[in-house]
Structures are given as structure tokens and as C-alpha cells.
Design a protein. Sequence first.
Lengths: 404, 377
Amino acid sequence: MSNEQALKEFESTVREWVKENFPTSLAGSAMGLEGEADESSKTDFELWRQRLAEKGWGAPTWPVEYGGAGLSHPEAKIISHEMAKAGAFNPIPLLAGMGVTMVGPTLMEYGTDDQKARHLKGMASGEIRWCLGLSEPGAGSDLASLSTRAIDNGDSFVLNGQKTWTSGADVSQWCGALVRTDANVKKRDGISFVMLPMDQAGVTTKPIRLISGASPFCDTFFDDARAEKADLLGDLNKGWSVVKRLLQHERQSQTQARSPGGGGKKASLQEKAKAYVGTDENGVLADADLRIRLANHLMDSQAHGLTVSRITAEAKGKVEVSAAASILKNSATNIAQTKNELTMEFMGTQGIGWEGVDFADDELSNVKDWLWGKAISIYGGSYEVQNNIISKNILGLPETTQKG
Amino acid sequence: MAALTEEQSMIRDQAKSWTRDQAPVGKFREMRDSGIDSGFSPDTWSSMIEMGWTGIIVPEQYGGSDLGFLTFGVVLEEIGRQLTASPLFASALVGASAVVLGGSEAQKQAVLPGIVDGSKILTMALEEGPRHSPKNTSLTAEKHGDGYKLTGTKTFVQEGLSATTFVVVARTSGAPGDTDGITLFLVDADASGLSRNQVKTVDSRGYANLDFEGVEVGADAILGQLDAGYPVLEATLDRARAGISAEMLGTAAQAFDMTLEYLKTREQFGQVIGSFQALGHRAAGLFGQMELSRSCSEAALQAIDDNENVEQMASLSKCRVGEFLYEMSNQLIQIHGGIGMTDEFDAGLYLKRARTLETSFGNRSFHRDRYATLAGF
């Protein structure tokens, strides 16, 4: 049987399975169910999670022994496609926090057999949520200057310090943290990556309020917190190479532009612009300057989408952590931010509301997206850090002579 | 680079090594300095014919290989890298497209084999003023006996001095600005009443202005339909736009490579200048633009091969690759500093070519406007 035939057959198996197992009460409701839903929806949601987890489809490309289904990337794509068609969704990557997307793939590469056996299944089932303790108040783009200390205490490390921007720390069960284990060597050579449970006396969290309002981010404080030595990921003092890999996985997950782009099927940006700005007798947007900038944005968005497809095709269907991730992260950032700015602009005074009945829902949500969007060029390696990576790692230009 | 077939990869490798070894930018410089009117070296052109490049989009029954536009793009990119001058694009892409799309069986048999074996050089005679505006065609073709009589002028005709046959865009009815009433004619370069004059452009290629003083042609000279030539014209132009974008991508990619090499070797203040973050970030930005431009260029060529969404993709490609070439050609000079300003160095040749390519078949603002119109705003 040819590969194509096999995929076709797989597709109909998936369609059948989703039809039989997805609780139709959840159709189209996506991820918004956590917390706010009524009891029966919660029961259905939990049932759906369990069914997916048993099938290994929460993290379908992971090996079966770690809770995945051992499927290929094209097969995984078919699953998400078929789910979308049925109004279904895979809540597990979200429930696992940073587990499925970042910690898991890195753990598979650097972890011991014992660590893989203890941690991966909880991520793949969505039962254990992970957060990441990387940034600190004094270590943002210059992450390697972090100062949270981990002192050797026999079978464990004792941690003291503050992490910030730990997304979901207040609702996570485990944390992957970057800590200083040797203060007497070059800063990148004295860092280790440890994993620790959040439910212990030495760990406290405090949510951070942003310019856009409430956020998933927290400050996380370690006061004599404990991490077992068995949960050191990678070698002692080799945490920098672990985190570099981890961040590549993060960039990879951030390369999708959020803008629908030219010719998209959803209510297009140009249609919205026409509704606010008006048109001349030929249907041409009445603001000539905005029209050109809108055209540029749609072209950027389309060029980005074509580049993602091209790079995927060149990798022969395998979506790998590639050198292109930095380029794509920066272009996705530009597109997302420009989209919100243009929307705000054509909405005029309707585009600057904070709350209340004077504004429509999509007007208010654009304001929140616009404010939140300023973070995209800062997190996961800022715009400037990506440019450093491109110039150094891809183009082979020499290290800058600046300190750091 | 797109996921190429084995055949496309072979053609790319052949084009890469041939342009680099046999027709590098140094050869273009020699041609320029020798003052050949045609704007290309005859031996360069005959090698291209021998390699079969003139038949890439011509159907097999007319002597071509029918390999498609993505394959042609692979060749054009390498040509763009070395500024290799020849009538390949004007004749075997633009001219051949017009005949394949609009020609009768008799015209295809009469013209296409000649394009492939090089005995004919076709080119399109379209522009009449300084701005690209196909529907504003005003050169008139009046009914005259059984045939037509052409009167008017054409400007900026590519390879206009060496062409044997022109695809002339003429008005048979209506007024400038109307898309109806446009008709395409095949006109021999030695037709009585037709004269051509060299136009010396900044890129030293073979452009000409044409004068039609009552040029008489038979009714069989009409390519496609009387008064309804516009759809074939637009389809031909979109092929030209996608094709020239591939050449532009090559020109810009070579400018990028030259600049990157210079960033790694030129020393000032005791270190290579590529170690300065201002220049590293500029290079990173240009590299990102190059990757996005490549996707647009390849997608436009593929769109023609698939006959899907050709108009939008052609405008996207011409505009985005054009944007990158504009930036890159300026940075080529800026980052090379003083040496970039000298005629002895090649940077100037790339800058000059860049702007000529930009004005051809619609510049960025033409295609941005067209893209917006196609997207419904």
C-alpha cells in the first residue's frame, strides 16, 4: 500500500473515532471551558481528555511508552485537521502548560530513563501542568546572568531566588528552573537545569497584572525550595545547552502568524476596514494611505504563510526545530503587531475603548490583543536577540564585541 | 529553494555552473565596455539555445521541452545572479507565452520552433509612456483592405534591436483606458514603415524605441481575438512578472552574498565590520526578507504551472521581490562604502540593473495597488 493510501485510510479511521468519542456538547467551545463551565460540561471535558490520553493523541508524535501514539507528523496533522472539522480540539498541550510543547521534547533529548518514565506520561495525559522558571528580575534578554542559587545538599539542591514571567506558575504542579550551581566560572558555565514540584513550603507565587489586564504570568519565589538530584536535567553546570534547545522548541511553537492573511476565508481585515472607513464608488478604501499599508500587511502575511509551507516542504514533511525559526518568529511578530495597530487605526475612536457598552466585543478585544501583542517581540528571545541569533548562527558573522 | 524535482535540480546545477564559468558578471562588463549595440554577446546566446533553455515553456510538438515556469525560474535566478545578458527572457518567456496563450495553430507552428532554435527572437512591444499601463494603449491599428495598418510609437522594448518579431499591443477600437478594443499583432521587425532606435538605459541592455508609420500587416497577423486581446495580454504579462521576479531574486541574492562576504572580511577599528551589531542586525533583516521573497517568487511560478490564482501571486511576487531587491541593492553600495561607488567594482552594475528590473512590467506601487484591488479593497 502506498504512503498516500495509508494516510487516506488513517484519515477515515480518525474521522470515525472522533465521531464516536468526542462529546458533541463541547463542539466549537475549544479551550474556554476550564474554570467557568457548568458541571456537565466539566464532566464531558474530563471524559474527552481521558479518551484522548488513552489513545495517546494528546501528544501523538511522542513514543507510545511515554504516553504518545508514535505517529508521524503527517498523521498528527490529519488528527488535528479531522478534529477541527468536527468542532473538536486537543486540550492536552494547554493543560500540560509548558510540558508538551517545551519541557517534554527537551526531556526526551537530555533526560535519563528514570526521568522520562516519571515525567512524560503526566504531560501527555494533560494531568500534570508544567511551568518554566527562566527569567529573573535582573536577567531578561541576558538570561545567563541569572542569580537564583542552588546549593548542593546531598540528595537534593536547595534553591533561593526569584523567577519572573513564570507563565501559569500558580496553577502548575511542576517547574523546570534554570539555577546557578557554580558562581566562580564564566556565567554560562555555572548554570544547571532542575525540575521541582511546586507544592512545597519553599515555593510561593504571585500573579502579575499587565498593561492589558490580568495575565497568566507570575512572580515565583524560592525560599529554601528543594529539587531532587534525580531531577537534574542534563549534566551539572551544563544547563545552558539544555535551555538553548528548550528555547528553540519555544520559537518553533511561536512561528505561526496570527493574522488570517490575504485571501483568508474568515471575515477579512480588508472587509472590516471597509466597514469602518468606507469606500469610493469603485469599492476602493476611502483612505489611500491606509489602503497601501493594509496591502503591505496582507502581503507580509501571505509571504510568511508561503515561507512556512516552503520550509516544511523542503524538510519533506518533517517539522523540525530549524535555523529558520528565528526568521519566522520575527516575521510572525511583525505581522501580529501590525494587524492590531492597523485594526486600531481604522476603528478610530471605537478602537481605543477599555470597557463598557459603548464598544463592541471585537473592538474591546482588539485593544487587549494590541496591548498584549507588545509582549510578542519581547518573550521567547526578543526581536533583537533573534537578530543576534540569525547573524551569528545562520549567517556566520563573528560574535559582537559587546559584553555578554 | 523549493523541493525541486531531480530534473529541476539538474537544470539548476547546470545553470549555476555555466553562468559562473561561461557567462559571469565579468563577461557582461566586457560586453558593456565593447559597446555592442544588441546588449548581449552572441556566443552567450547561442550556448543558451544549445542547452535547450529557449524551449523550457514551449510544448513538445513545437520543439520545446514543456518543463514549466518553476523550471524556467531556476534558470532565470542564476542568470540574475551573474547579470547574464541575452534575449532569453524577452523571447523564450514573454514572446513564447503570448504565442502559446493566444496563437492559432498555424501561428504556433510558424513561430514556436523558431523561438526554440533561435532563428527567431520575439519580444513584446507594449509600453508607450514612462509608466506601465497596459490598458492605456493608444498605438492604432486601422482596417486597411483585408488587413490592418499600424500607426504610433512604442518605448522601452526589451531586446528591441535584436528582435526579429514583435508582439505589438495595438488599439483597434475604443479609447485609451478601455480594456476592450485591444488587439495583439505579430509584426516582423523588417516590415516596411517600422523603424527602431536604440535607447541607452542605465543597465546597458538592448532596449529600443519603435516607430510605426503606417505599417501594413495581413489579418493573419492578429494574435488571438480582434478587440479582445486584453485577457491574453494580461496572462502573458503575469508570466513575465513572475519570471522577471525570479531573475530579480537572483540579482538580489547575489548582492546579499557579496555583502555578507564583505562583512566577514573587511576590517575597520581592528575588527571585521560584521562583528558590529548594527551591521549584523541589518544583515539579519535582509536575510529574512530574502527568505520571504523566495517563497513568493517560487509560489508565483508554481501558480502559473498549476493555473491557479496567477494574478494575485504575480503581483505579490513582483512587489515583494522588488522590495527586497530595492533594499538589497542600496545596502550593497552602503555596506561596501567607497569601493561600492567605483565603476571598477561590480556593485554599481547590480544597482543599475535593479532599477531597470523594477520599472519593467509594473513597479512596486503598480502591483501593490493591483493586489489591493484583487483583494477587494
